[in-house]
Design a protein around this ligand. Structure first.
Ligand code: MV4
Length: 581
């Protein structure tokens, strides 16, 4: 086993890894950005070193700074968590060359799976098939036309070096081919700096089911059952569960065995996930994620295995202590991602800020994997996952009820969270019946009535002194006299979250001719050109920030006299993207 592990990450996953290391008697080294000097992962680790910088690029993605800390701390292994360097083959290679173990797969496996076409070919080579499609790059619209004539529509056009659904375009018919190719290439270039694209038949309502695998360095590969991650919005998973509900046993086994074949085929080691789409009783290989995933705890709860402990053991060269026959799935587990986003009206606006109150539930079957405590700050510069509520029950219905019970106990203030949307999903008959697909949250679930989770709720738990306020409200044309006990200083109604800035994703300061971005991010689309006439409120560009697309709108109408950005540009809060006169 290792002496000292450096965790090249932050937030809940860094905390999760620190805890697992401590249980194995392994010392931990945290790294932190300027904004994370007092973050939970920094506080919990045995040692912590500054990387400097604020944005991820200036801190957690600064290779030289991390190499420097590896050297200084004497760490003999690095755990990358998810995101950041977790699927970066060059990083894995660079630290391995220094004699430091990368707790993850070999760089060659990361490379094969990083390129979606080679990943498809690698699966095909071991007899595991993706959605019918091509393994050549699209260079001519006629290729798509020919594919459509043979397999029909819709067709998915995907970025070869992409992932996470970015750059994917759905072609409904022949007339839409040229536009789809153009926009898929443009988005692929903006996101991934490569514009190669390929195509597949598009499945209209699949479920997303993935298989967790473990592979040691002695040739043993096992699958630890499946997870269903179909409850997602714009490729951000909201709720995950294990096992996937309603999957026929023979399909479950076939999927697990296919995942093992894919892993063996690319000489995989350590923990990994093979993703499939499942529709009408058939499953298709999608891609392989060569890292520990956010939703790994649901697998832990139904298998009884600590996946981070297993990762450490496998990376240290130990053989797996169990075989496929030893793996049993017990009961049902649900993970709810709690993000600092305001789901009001289904919008999911980022809600960075300071967490004033964070009370997490417990009780039988309830686990909270958090990255923050009350008083900590959620920065606009990083992923806004506050923590994950992970619940076990003896069956799915028990797990769902227990999750709702636990969410009811949870109290987060200061930032808005996705909890109201999570509750709406868990209470919905379609989710209860497990008839939902990856399209369901966006197409069917009605979040228009969902409000902000920063509503003060019951004042009984408040520490602050309260005063009685009598007001009248009108409901359905009938007047009611209402007494409220509110904090002394607060307004009588509609208490606003204390410090969360809600202006986030809107337009620039109204009336100004300088169009500025409200937060740090990447420009993915420019909607105007110099000389265009725009109206106040019209979109000027699309900014991707905190994994969300936000349209930046003109503050006033007029003629565009300057456009200062192109797709792919990184911008900071307040940067001017265009000028209108
Ligand atoms: C698809 C698809 C339907 N047909 N491919 C989106 C993320 C990327 N990893 C692959 N994705 C999809 N590929 C074909 N041929 C539907 C999706 C998809 C999806 C997949 C997994 C989880 C959520 C999703 C949400 C929308 C679309």
């Amino acid at each position: 086993m290792f002496n000292k592990v450096l965790i090249a990450n932050r937030g809940e996953i860094a905390v999760r890894i620190i805890r697992a290391c401590r249980e194995q008697g392994v010392a931990t080294v945290a790294v932190y950005s300027d904004l994370d000097r007092d973050a939970l992962h920094t506080r919990l680790a045995d040692e912590a070193y500054a990387l400097g910088g604020q944005t991820a690029a200036e801190s957690y993605l600064d290779v030289e700074a991390i190499m420097g800390v590896i050297e200084r701390s004497g760490a003999d292994a690095v755990h990358p968590g998810y995101g950041f360097f977790s699927e970066n083959a060059d990083f894995a290679r660079a630290i391995t060359e220094r004699g430091v173990t990368f707790i993850g797969p070999p760089p060659e496996a990361i490379e094969v799976m990083g390129d979606k076409i080679s990943a498809r070919l690698a699966a095909e080579a071991v007899g595991v098939l993706g959605v019918p499609g091509t393994t050549e790059f699209i260079t001519d619209p006629d290729q798509v036309r020919a594919f459509g004539a043979e397999h029909g529509y819709p067709i998915a056009i995907k970025a070869a070096y992409g992932g996470g659904g970015r750059g994917m375009k759905v072609v409904a018919d022949e007339a839409a081919i040229a536009d789809a190719i153009e926009s898929a290439q443009r988005e692929a270039l903006a996101y991934f700096a490569r514009d190669e694209i390929y195509m597949e038949r598009y499945l209209t309502a699949p479920r997303h089911i993935e298989i967790q695998i473990l592979a040691d360095s002695h040739g043993n590969v096992v699958y630890l059952g499946d997870r269903d991650c179909s409850a997602q919005r714009r490729h951000q998973k909201l709720i995950e569960e294990a096992p996937a509900p309603g999957l026929p046993d023979d399909v479950r086994t076939a999927m697990g065995e296919a995942a093992v074949k894919v892993a063996k085929g690319c000489d995989y080691t350590n923990a990994g996930t093979v993703e499939f789409l499942y529709e009408d009783g058939e499953f298709f290989y999608l891609e392989m994620n060569t890292r520990l995933q956010v939703e790994h705890p649901v697998t832990e709860l139904v298998t009884g295995l600590d996946l981070v402990e297993q990762q450490l053991r496998m990376a240290a060269g130990e053989p797996l202590e169990f075989t496929q026959d030893d793996v049993t799935i017990t009961g049902h587990a649900i993970e709810v991602r709690i993000n600092a986003e305001d789901p009001t009206g289904g919008k999911f606006l980022p809600s960075p800020g300071r967490i004033d109150t964070l009370k997490v539930p417990d009780g039988y079957g309830v686990r909270f994997d958090g990255g923050y405590e009350a008083g900590d700050e959620i920065s606009q510069f990083y992923d806004n996952l506050v923590g994950k509520l992970v619940v076990w029950g003896r069956d799915r219905e028990t797990a769902i009820r227990r999750t709702l019970r636990a969410l009811g106990e949870m109290d987060v203030r200061g930032v808005a969270t996705t909890i109201p949307a999570d509750v709406a999903i868990l209470e919905h008959p379609d989710f209860r019946a497990a008839t939902h697909s990856t399209k369901w949250v966006e197409d069917t679930l009605d979040l228009s009535e969902v409000g902000s989770s920063t509503d003060p709720g019951d004042d009984a738990g408040d520490q602050e002194p309260t005063v009685r306020k009598d007001i009248s409200v009108e409901v359905d044309g009938k007047r009611f006299a209402v007494s409220m006990w509110v904090p002394e200083a607060a307004p009588a109604a509609g208490r606003a979250p204390s410090r969360s800035k809600r202006s986030g994703a809107g337009s620039s300061a109204s009336g100004s001719g300088e169009v500025t971005v409200p937060m740090q991010g990447t420009i993915i689309k420019v909607l105007v050109a110099v000389g265009d006439t725009v109206e106040a409120g019209e979109g000027v560009c699309v900014l991707e920030a905190m994994k969300m697309e936000n349209t930046v709108a003109a503050g006033k109408g007029g003629t565009v006299t300057e456009v200062r950005v192109v797709p792919g540009d990184s911008v900071g809060s307040g940067d001017i993207v265009a000028v209108i006169e």
